[in-house]
Design a protein around this ligand. Structure first.
Ligand SMILES: [Zn+2]
Length: 389
């Protein structure tokens, strides 16, 4: 990767041709059109929120001669740079010099740029910014991002990938998946966690269609002029989930639906039974992990590990062990009931507590409770041989 440190670019240069889109709430261009400040895929301008304290602080820093931190550009082509980090600061400056907001002067009076004294204006115009321009591959840029300490809110992974693979595909993807005005977002939110603004829906759609290889997929489709496959796959997954599980539960949000779709979408399900089973498991106080209910059912309701079913506590185990062992010693048989039935050397073996495990007499999956009445201690070998019933 190549990096160039630029120290001669002034605020005036950056703000040349600055355009702020009021409707979308973002700064668009600077450097006479050469610089894209907040490309399609970027998060919107947030410095004007919280009463404008942050954008005012940027201007006050310039007036006092304080540095406003490093700014990073990504060189997309000879005549096209994009702001990787620093778009909030640049937009603040651009908005100020175009009189979009005022700061308070020494006397607490509102002051717009247009009404400022010449020397103050000049001070702002002539401030030189510290800018790193970089040109490189995705992994190089990522590595570089990790290495340097970036001021402000760093880009998240998907925002960074959008920057690296910017082009028609990202633009279309963002229109569909990162637009909080899209009426589908609400429906998708039942299954996908996060926010459209921070690219969580786009990331999930890409993750699913690429089976986890988002970077490769974006690289391969970078210049595509459609997102047909991406949309089709994503909608396919959502339609599948919402048809198999007719009830919408909050724990469904953020599950690995792409992986579950790949594994189970060819299996047929009795929707009424599925719904009943969801309700039954939701009502079961022994199920500790409700997020696991859906995969448990999809997989045929056998893998109880997914549910993290409550286990017998130590007091219960000790008490049951003691009772079983006293009885077994009297009868001169093993304290493991299954060993006692056998014909080998263990027939009369008295196991120690730590050599045994607790088992549900009536299987949990068949309605057996995790209570002392339903607890039996078995030797480890026999307990494990029983497995999931
Ligand atoms: Zn045994």
């Amino acid at each position: 990767m190549k990096t160039f440190l630029k120290t001669n670019i002034t605020v005036k240069d950056i703000c040349e041709g600055f355009v702020y889109n009021e409707l979308e709430g973002k700064g668009l261009f600077g450097l006479s059109g050469k610089l894209t400040i907040q490309p399609e895929y970027q998060r919107n301008y947030i410095y004007a929120s919280d009463g404008g304290k942050r954008e005012a602080a940027v201007i006050e820093s310039l007036l006092k001669g304080y540095p406003i931190g490093l700014i990073y550009f990504n060189k997309v082509s000879e005549n096209n740079l994009e702001v990787l980090d620093g778009q909030q600061r640049i937009t603040s400056v651009g908005r100020f010099v175009t009189d979009k907001f005022a700061i308070k002067d020494e006397n607490g009076m509102e002051q717009y740029f247009g009404g400022m004294a010449k020397d103050k204006k000049a001070k702002i115009w002539e401030t030189k910014l510290l800018i790193y321009e970089c040109e490189g591959t995705e992994s190089q840029i990522k590595e570089w991002f990790k290495t340097i300490n970036i001021a402000g809110v760093p880009l998240n992974n998907q925002e960074l990938l959008n920057a690296v693979y910017s082009g028609p595909f990202v633009t279309l993807g963002k229109e569909e998946f990162s637009n909080s005005q899209n009426a589908n977002i609400q429906k998708w939110s039942a299954y996908v966690a996060g926010s459209a603004n921070r690219q969580d829906f786009l990331e999930r759609a890409l993750d699913w269609v690429s089976r986890g290889n988002i970077g490769d997929y974006m690289s391969g489709h970078r210049f595509d002029k459609n997102i047909t496959e991406l949309k089709k796959y994503f909608n396919g997954v959502i339609d599948w989930v919402s048809s198999v599980f007719t009830d919408v539960e909050s724990e469904m949000r953020g599950l690995e639906w792409g992986r579950l779709y790949e594994t189970y979408h060819k299996k047929s399900y009795n929707l009424k039974k599925v719904s009943e089973e969801v309700q039954k498991l939701y009502g079961d106080p022994y199920v500790k992990n409700r997020k696991g209910i859906f995969e448990f059912i999809l997989g045929g309701s056998t893998d109880t590990k997914l549910l993290d079913v409550r286990v017998f506590d130590d007091a219960t185990k000790k008490s049951v062990y003691k009772k079983q062992t006293t009885k077994a010693e009297k009868k001169k048989i093993s304290n493991c009931s299954l060993c006692a039935l056998g014909h080998d050397a263990n027939k009369k073996k008295i196991w120690k507590l730590d050599e045994m495990e607790a088992d549900h007499v009536a299987a949990w999956s068949k309605g057996g409770k995790t209570t002392i009445k339903n607890c039996e201690m078995l030797c480890k070998t026999h307990n494990r041989a029983k497995g999931n019933r």
